[in-house]
Design a protein around this ligand. Structure first.
Ligand code: GLU
Length: 483
């Protein structure tokens, strides 16, 4: 029975790296009919940010990720699901390791440790714990405790040999045990460090596969030491590739949004974001990149996870978003775009039709909302380059004729509109483009947008004629910088 977990530290917003880890765990669990556990790793009290747990859970849900056990699931069998609430168990096992001699109390002061570190540095060696308290006698330990000396608990780690992490993605990764020192497992306040708590919690929650980011690979041997000291069977490990920016640096603010909430605010459809995250390090077996979560569950496997870094490419995300923009039902997009509409929307034209026409040219929901505005409000200004190119005294004369003809057009539909433009273009001896470009600019204020006849059909006679007349008046008023 597969049991996996995602174990975020509640340090703020949900970022793409964490979201990707959660997604892969979720897909793996579902694919194998297993259980997905959400455990909140609030070990380091100082790093906690208020509301961050709620925000993270909300972020995961908004991506379509669901868990079977977690702090918010009533009656889940392996609780509590917040690490801070599992302290008694960590303490109990620390005591056990102390009593068997596999761990020891270390009384070294921060100043001593600092001097040790400097000595190593002077010799050009990586700093490590020197083992000063490794072999204190029981009497000495008790005497120093009785004096109330501050101390931590360290694990006795093997000083020779190798530890091999059998990683499901990267294969065997071998670590020389000499690079590890007797690391702290319990701090002076007798609370556990991550590497100790995580091993215990994963064991106690019967986790079968630990799937997490590559940045934790170097922690895995330490966790294996804990498993071994406690005689726990090892879970399987799988470390997901790093996510790097196109220049192969660490993804940061300057590469754009990194938090799920920010993408939402920028008008990224979260189903598209989830699909994009799926491709950050995993490739679909048949090359088909657009997959909803249900399809992803069916085809997901760890053996298609690459071990080289995944490149975070904003262009690709935008491409993906546009795919979703076109594929989702119009009604769905209409719902999604509503929060981005910051202007009044009248009865006509029908919202749904405006969405259907405008989405073809929009990458994000923000852009979509922006492009839909023209259907409800006349342009406040005209694109300056467009004015220089398409507006002139002659254009005004043409627009005036068009306004008159359109006002009398018997049927307001695409074909009749085309017929009028063809007729006027023949009468005036100008190309149809010489009518279309100024019309578009007059009606929308822009030089690009949906097909003009579709646009004008939907906009309706009254608004179109009025906007043409306004443009004519403004061209003739010489307030526009004509070309
Ligand atoms: N709390 C750790 C993190 O957020 C969890 C790492 C793990 O999955 O073991 O990175």
């Amino acid at each position: 029975m597969v049991r996996v977990r995602y174990a975020p530290s509640p340090t703020g917003a949900l970022h793409i790296g964490g979201a990707r880890t959660a997604l892969f765990n979720f897909l793996f669990a579902r694919h194998h009919g297993g259980t997905f556990v959400l455990r909140v790793e609030d070990t380091d009290q100082t790093r906690q940010v208020p509301d961050s747990e709620a925000k993270m859970l909300q972020g995961l849900k908004s991506l379509g990720i669901r868990w079977d056990e977690g702090p918010d699931i009533v009656g889940a069998p392996y609780g509590p699901y917040r690490v801070s609430e599992r302290l008694a168990r960590h303490r109990e096992l620390a005591e056990e390791l102390l009593s068997t001699g596999q761990a020891y109390r270390c009384f070294c002061t921060p100043e001593q440790l600092q001097r040790d570190r400097e000595a190593f540095q002077q010799q050009g060696l990586p700093p490590r714990y020197v083992g000063r308290c490794r072999d204190l006698t029981r009497e000495e330990v008790e005497a120093r405790r009785a004096r109330g000396e501050r101390h931590v608990v360290r694990l006795k780690t093997p000083q020779t040999g190798e530890t091999i992490v059998h990683d499901l993605i990267r294969g065997d990764v071998t670590f020389d045990n000499r690079v590890f020192d007797d690391f702290v497992i319990m701090k002076a306040d007798f609370t556990p460090v991550y590497n100790f708590a995580v091993a215990i919690d994963d064991h106690d929650m019967a986790i079968t596969h630990v799937i997490r980011g590559e940045e934790h690979l170097s922690n895995t041997p330490k966790q294996i030491f804990v498993y071994e000291a406690l005689h726990f069977p090892l879970p399987a490990f799988a470390h997901l590739p790093m996510i790097l920016a196109p220049d192969r640096s660490k993804v940061s603010k300057r590469h754009g949004a990194t938090a799920v909430e920010e993408y939402r605010e920028q008008g990224i459809i979260l189903a598209a974001l989830a699909n994009y995250l799926l491709l950050l390090g995993w490739s679909p077996p048949d090359g088909r990149e657009i997959l909803d979560l249900e399809e992803a569950v069916r085809v997901f496997s760890l053996d298609r996870v690459q071990h080289t870094a995944a490149i975070y490419d904003l262009k690709k995300l935008e491409w993906m978003n546009h795919q979703y923009m076109m594929r989702l039902e119009v009604d769905e997009i209409a719902e999604l775009v509503k929060p981005f509409i910051r202007y009044s929307v009248g009865e006509a034209p029908p919202f749904r039709d405006v969405v259907a026409l405008s989405r073809e040219r929009a990458t994000t929901l923000v852009q979509l909302a922006d492009q839909m505005r023209m259907f409800y409000h006349p342009p406040e200004s005209y694109d300056a380059a467009g004015v220089a190119k398409h507006f002139s005294e002659e254009a005004a004369a043409r627009l005036e004729i068009l306004a008159a003809r359109l006002a009398e057009l018997e049927e307001w539909d695409h074909d009749h509109l085309v017929a009028i433009y063809d007729a006027v273009s023949a009468e005036l001896g100008v190309k149809r483009a010489a009518l279309i470009h100024p019309t578009r600019l007059a009606v929308t204020g822009r030089t690009v947008g949906p097909g003009l006849f579709e646009l004008v059909t939907l906009l309706g006679r009254e608004a179109t004629v009025e906007r043409l007349k306004t443009a004519v008046a403004r061209i003739r008023s010489h307030e526009l910088a004509l070309g």
